[in-house]
Ligand binder design. Structure first.
Ligand SMILES: [Zn+2]
Length: 172
């Protein structure tokens, strides 16, 4: 069982390390995949015309169809903007009209820094149980020994290993 747990820990440690390194090497504010999707959205913007309704609301048209975008609420009548928390092509056109950074229209989940943060947590090996600091109430419920139960005092005042029950045995 411990071997399996150690195998899983090693695997997770390798995954986190590799993904953290990959995220660090990305060159854009968005992750590589999100950046590609954004470029596809930008390509769709070519034949869209935009009319501002007010500072945040825009009406865009293409091929006889019309969409309304609210940049403040991050919504579009196509529903893709609010559903994916990622700018649709209509919102991109409106953002371009306002000189807004496209990445401000995307959730942080699509951003490189979020990926870096997610994989920056180290997966440490589990130390030997003798070094665990377990609160006494948890120790009683879980069968752990707490620090205050770690040693048994022998009548002469010396310490006894709780596992091997031997005087002067190194405490395990
Ligand atoms: Zn849209």
């Amino acid at each position: 069982m411990l071997t399996l747990a150690e195998f899983i820990r090693n695997m997770l440690q390798r995954w986190f390390h590799d993904r953290h390194r990959a995220a660090q090497s990305m060159r854009h504010q968005l992750t590589d995949v999100s950046h590609l999707v954004m470029l596809q959205q930008v390509e769709k913007c070519c034949y869209i015309t935009v009319n501002p309704v007010d500072w945040n609301i825009f009406s865009v048209k293409r091929s006889g169809k019309q969409w309304t975008i609210d940049l403040a609420r991050k919504t579009c009548i196509c529903n893709k903007f609010q559903m994916h928390h990622f700018s649709c092509s209509h919102a991109l056109v409106a953002a371009r009209e306002r000189n807004l950074d496209f990445t401000s229209l995307c959730s942080d989940y699509y951003k490189r820094q979020t990926l870096i943060d997610a994989y920056s947590v180290p997966i440490m090996h589990v130390s030997h149980p003798s070094s665990w600091v377990v609160p006494s109430d948890i120790a009683e419920r879980g069968g752990f020994k707490s620090k205050d139960q770690e040693t048994i005092r022998s009548p002469d005042g010396g310490s006894t290993c709780i596992i091997f029950r031997e005087d002067n045995h190194p405490i395990v």
